[in-house]
Design a protein around this ligand. Structure first.
Ligand SMILES: Cc1ncc(CO)c(N)n1
Length: 222
């Protein structure tokens, strides 16, 4: 499957037939738990306490750095130019996201180099372990939930986000067609490179659970 071409429009909504679409459908329970989580609902309404968002952004900067390194490791293992190019673009997307975090940090006095919390360590440890030790299909399985989940959350919240919501940029970034495009490119890599990865569903599920734990830690921490 070629990135960005062979996916039906709403693959992330479960319309597709590829493995990525199938795994997304199997994990909609966790996705819905994330959407209903008070942290995410607070972002959507705009009444999430600022200190909780600041704590999350600091932890997320830590996470995104690991995520960028994981893409780089995947790129190093890519068997062809098309795959390398997709991973280069995905890596660039994370670096753009990190610049967005620097913007939040400047505005809201966020510490972008906090000590990583337990939920952050669990997630970065998982992603980097897979990235260092496993083939491309396994890496894509561990990283796809991150992209697809945030595209889903952004899109779900975007309709109702008020113009004066302080977290509007967060919602619109992840609800944007550009982010959807990146999620699809990673899903295309998963569809293409999963053969032979026996624990692909378990890797995907673990990442989804770690996403929930990440929001939950942010809700409870600050
Ligand atoms: C924890 C987490 N998952 C996914 C994304 C989306 O890139 C993010 N910024 N942070």
């Amino acid at each position: 499957m070629h990135p960005g071409t062979a996916h039906p429009p709403a693959s992330g909504d479960g319309g597709g037939t590829g493995l990525a679409a199938q795994l997304w459908r199997q994990n909609l329970d966790v996705a819905r738990r994330c959407l209903e989580h008070p942290f995410v609902q607070g972002l959507g309404r705009g009444d999430l306490p600022r200190d909780r968002f600041a704590w999350y952004v600091g932890q997320d900067a830590n996470f995104l750095e690991a995520f960028a390194r994981a893409y780089a490791l995947a790129l190093a293992k890519a068997p062809d130019l098309e795959t390398m190019t997709a991973l280069r673009d995905l890596l660039e997307g994370v670096l753009d996201e990190l610049r967005l975090h620097q913007g939040y940090a400047a505005r809201w006095g966020v510490d972008l180099r906090p000590a990583p919390a337990l939920a952050t360590r669990a997630y970065t440890g998982f992603v980097l372990d897979v990235a260092w030790s496993r083939p491309l299909g396994a890496i894509a399985a561990a990283m796809t939930p991150c992209m697809r989940l945030y595209a889903y959350l952004g899109r779900s919240l975007a309709d109702r986000v008020a113009p004066d919501n302080p977290y509007r940029e967060w919602v619109t970034t992840y609800g944007s067609p550009a982010f959807e495009g990146l999620a699809r490119r990673l899903e295309a890599l998963l569809d293409r490179w999963h053969p032979g990865v026996e624990d692909v569903a378990a890797l995907y599920r673990t990442a989804m659970e770690l996403e929930f734990a990440f929001f939950d830690a942010a809700w409870r921490a600050a």
